[in-house]
Design a protein around this ligand. Structure first.
Ligand code: TTP
Ligand code: MG
Length: 395
């Protein structure tokens, strides 16, 4: 028997904003679009964009994720509307995941503010699991000042439904023997993966609750939804889910390198290779899952004598744009190839001739491997972060 925990932070973006601006505590706070809110609306400007999330106080007015900001403002003219500051939420998310990692054998992050933890080997029974969850919640509150909701069950489907059962600051434990009883009265949309479309089809055949879905003949579901999805619905409704908590192979870095057509030290030529390599790395950053962010950019250079050298720069915050990648890589390569006293060095090389260059260049602190041609260059990004799939935006 497994013990699976699902944790979801409460009104995440908005809770982070309130933490950063404590005077907002207890107020209806909306995070979304480009911000603006009261002043923008009063001056007659149209508020653009949608609500990313909002505080629980704002939810009392009927505001929720994905509705237009203009509608939200109608529902609650006093709401404080703040712009999305993705890089801050991302940093908080990374820190929360680091905390969680210590509490599980396996952890699967499934969004910016949620994760599954397999805690089977950490707890002896369901009571211990509850205490374990309390400890996790307290640790996150202590370290990050944020509340979360946790669900615990014998599999991921149950844990996920349970974490949503009491919110905010909830904790719901569904023991194996209580699974059917817990699921039965819930509306089918509570099962992860059942969206409005499936919900409507199920309603059309008279199925509204999980109890009804669980007792529906699986062949009927298969004929409606196909074999794979039909069986999945049937199993989920009966509380069965054998899927593992999958520790996603978190990518540590991405790189691309190229041997030059001809060995050279000509920066203009090398920079053309850098453009190409950076574009390739950047393309793969975007392809990777929902997209990745980077903090560190590194370059690699191989000289005539096959010696390999690298230089790296770590930015303070995450970036995702090609421009920053190219600019950083070019700065690094130019420092590296030309050195601090670049122009002087170049002249000296021209006059001194190939033999003497290396030693003199080195002694004078000019570029690395002075006099030697470069035969290969590479660009690498590391210290990666993910772009939130719900948000679908790049910082
Ligand atoms: P959720 O966990 O779905 O929502 P939440 O944390 O704001 O609120 P809850 O207490 O109900 O868990 O999403 C996490 C973050 O993802 C959320 O803070 C903002 C972002 N998000 C969007 O940007 N757009 C959306 O449509 C949704 C649902 C979330
Ligand atoms: Mg959340």
């Amino acid at each position: 028997m497994r013990v699976i925990l699902h944790i979801d932070m409460d009104c995440f973006f908005s809770a982070v904003e309130v933490r950063e601006n404590p005077e907002l505590k207890g107020l209806p706070v909306i995070v979304g679009g480009g911000g603006g809110g009261g002043a923008a609306a009063e001056s007659g400007r149209k508020i653009r964009g949608v609500v990313s999330t909002c505080s629980y106080e704002a939810r009392e007015y009927g505001i929720h994720s994905a509705i237009p900001l203009s509608k939200a403002y109608e529902l609650c003219p006093d709401a404080i509307v703040l712009p999305v500051r993705m890089s801050i939420y991302k940093q908080v998310s990374v820190r929360i995941m680091e905390i969680l990692r210590k509490y599980a054998d396996k952890i699967e992050q499934v969004g910016i503010d949620e994760a599954f933890l397999d805690i089977t080997s950490r707890v002896q029974n369901w009571d211990a699991a509850r205490e374990y969850a309390v400890a996790i919640k307290s640790k996150i509150e202590e370290k990050e000042g944020l509340t979360s909701s946790i669900g615990i069950g014998p599999n991921k489907t149950i844990a996920k439904i349970a974490s949503d059962f009491v919110k905010p600051n909830g904790l719901t434990v569904v023991e194996q023997e209580n699974v059917q009883e817990f699921l039965a009265p819930l509306p089918v949309k509570k099962i992860h993966g059942i969206g409005p479309k499936t919900e409507a089809i199920l309603a059309s055949i008279g199925i509204k609750t999980v109890r009804q879905l669980a007792s529906c003949d699986v062949q009927k579901l298969v004929s409606r939804f196909g074999s794979k999805y039909g069986w999945r619905l049937h199993r989920a409704a009966n509380g069965i889910d054998e899927s593992e908590v999958e520790e996603k192979g978190v990518r540590k870095s991405l790189s691309s390198e190229k041997t030059l057509d001809e060995n050279t030290r000509d920066l203009a030529i090398i920079n053309r290779y850098i453009d190409e390599l950076a574009e390739s790395v950047h393309g793969r950053l975007l392809e990777e899952g929902e997209g990745l962010l980077f903090k560190t950019v590194a370059i690699k250079v191989k000289f005539d004598d096959f010696s390999i050298h690298t230089r790296a720069k770590t930015h303070r915050s995450f970036h995702s744009d090609l421009r920053t990648l190219v600019k950083t890589a070019k700065e690094l390569i130019s420092e590296f190839v030309i050195g601090a006293s670049a122009r002087e060095g170049d002249v000296m090389v021209a006059e001194a001739g190939a033999e003497a260059d290396v030693g003199m260049g080195m002694r004078m602190g000019i570029g690395m491997g002075m006099g030697m041609g470069i035969r290969l260059v590479g660009v690498r990004v590391s210290n990666l972060g993910v772009i939130d799939k719900k948000q679908r935006r790049i910082v």
